[in-house]
Design a protein around this ligand. Structure first.
Ligand code: PMP
Length: 443
């Protein structure tokens, strides 16, 4: 079949989208900022079609989620089959096969050979909440170290760790006590500043870290950083928690990013690509040593969520794992990441592109005011560039991706993991044209 996208027939929002947008604006909460007036009708592979017949190349994948592409027919069939058997019974109270099978699979896929146990949640945020509770309960310590620029979710516990943009925290405090933030990439800060002056390491339950910071701007840490964290944790009996909600499930070419960096975390959180977007599912995967009460803890770890590990979601995640293996998706990412980087690197010729950073199928194009000095844009200039221009220009050209300034202004690129050279060329072409327009605009 010939590819029929990107294709913009009616500049969005078309008449049907306008109707949906008006109803949405009238009754949904004011917290939804919305990226663009796209009202989705359907998706297939790396294509999204809106209600007015415009078709987009999706290089955002629902914020790094739709790994196996939109509406993979095998997954759709799994949804139908699971839904026709039973819709809900609560895995916290009763047994069903998929609720046993998924943890069994995840425990084996997670890095390290030691036995593990898995808690299933409805989202990444809930996985992080579960991990915070588990770490405190397991160690009987209160303090948690997280990093500047991190994103771990927006419930109050998770938000206490999140530090990627102050607006996400504004007006929401007070936050969880005993949360300390260190600069991302600087493990020495923990020993030489935090532990030397403010914090007894014996009070620290866990260090929470993203192997690559996602929402904070796709920041790749310096070599050795993650290993140093492992060493600090081992030295002081602290749990190392990798938040792999965004980096897991193939985004970095492995089931978990920690595998890529050869680190064994004590706890891993997962969501997003775990179900490849077909349902809300998250997981906390912890070594038996952590899950079983230890370090003096005697009471049982008590936690539960009505819908966590819903039968349809478990069926989807199991099918997703099967597809990823059958279609060799991890291998596809590893085999194509260099080509992806090399293709995108053509954009480095543009005066506005300061850097290209990332790994696997997880890339950010950093936009700078001055390439030589790496001077970044002021807040007003960012407003003009990102919200005034890029947030619509890219999409008007038929490409779904995100321009953001949580850290430095960047264009975030996280396609479905099935994308290949044709798509890399296509988006690089679109980005080239749109960014050339940005150079003109910001002159
Ligand atoms: N942790 C990380 C690293 C994330 O990127 C996100 C979402 N972007 C979350 C947690 C929260 O996940 P969710 O939106 O599924 O609750």
């Amino acid at each position: 079949m010939t590819k029929n996208y990107p294709h913009i027939a009616t500049p969005p929002p078309g008449p049907k989208a306008q109707g949906i947008i008006a109803r949405d604006r009238a009754s949904t909460a004011t917290c939804y900022l919305k990226e663009y007036p796209l009202a989705v009708a359907r998706g297939s592979g790396a294509m999204i079609e809106d209600v007015d017949g415009n078709r987009y190349l999706d290089f955002m994948a629902g914020i790094a989620v739709a790994s196996t592409g939109h509406s993979h027919p095998t997954v759709v069939a799994a949804v139908q089959e699971a839904a026709s058997q039973f819709l809900h019974i609560c895995g916290g109270d009763f047994y069903y096969e998929s609720f046993a099978a998924l943890p069994e699979r995840l425990a084996k896929l997670a890095p390290g050979r030691e036995p593990k146990k898995v808690f299933l949640s409805n989202s990444g945020t809930e996985a992080v909440e579960g991990a915070i509770k588990l770490a405190r309960h397991s160690t009987r310590r209160a303090a948690i170290i997280a990093f500047e620029g991190s994103f771990h979710g927006r419930s109050l516990g998770a938000l206490s760790l999140t530090a990627s943009k102050y607006t996400q925290r504004s007006g929401m405090g007070p936050f969880l006590p005993e949360v300390y933030h260190a600069p991302y990439g600087d493990a020495d800060f923990i020993e030489s500043r935090l532990f030397a002056r403010r914090l007894d390491p014996k009070d620290v339950a866990a260090i929470f870290v993203e192997p690559i910071q996602g929402e904070g701007g796709y920041i790749v840490p310096p070599a050795g950083f993650l290993k140093s964290l492992r060493a600090i944790c081992d030295k002081h009996g602290i749990l190392l928690i990798f938040d792999e909600v965004i980096t897991g499930f193939g985004r970095l070419g492995h089931w978990f990013g920690s595998e890529r960096y050869d680190i064994r975390p004590d706890i891993v959180t997962s969501a997003k690509g775990l179900s490849s977007s077909y349902a809300a599912l998250g997981a906390v995967i912890a070594t038996d040593k952590v899950m079983e009460p230890f370090m003096g803890a005697t009471s049982m770890f008590s936690h539960g969520i009505t819908f966590g590990g819903h039968p349809v979601m478990c069926a989807i995640a199991l099918k997703n794992i099967e597809i990823m293996k059958r279609e060799r998706i991890l291998e596809h990412v590893r085999e194509n990441e260099d080509a992806f980087r090399t293709t995108l690197a053509q954009l480095l010729d543009l005066p506005i592109v300061g850097d290209l950073r990332g790994t696997g199928f997880f890339w950010a194009i950093e936009l700078v005011k001055d390439k030589d000095t790496r001077e970044t844009f002021s807040d007003e200039e960012c407003e003009k560039l990102l919200r005034g221009y890029l947030s619509t220009a890219l999409w008007d050209a038929g490409m779904i991706c995100r321009a953001d300034d949580r850290g430095d202004p960047v264009i975030q690129i996280s396609p479905p993991l099935v994308a290949g050279q044709a798509e890399f060329d296509e988006i690089t072409g679109i980005l080239g044209e749109v960014l050339t327009g940005a150079v003109e605009l910001m002159r």
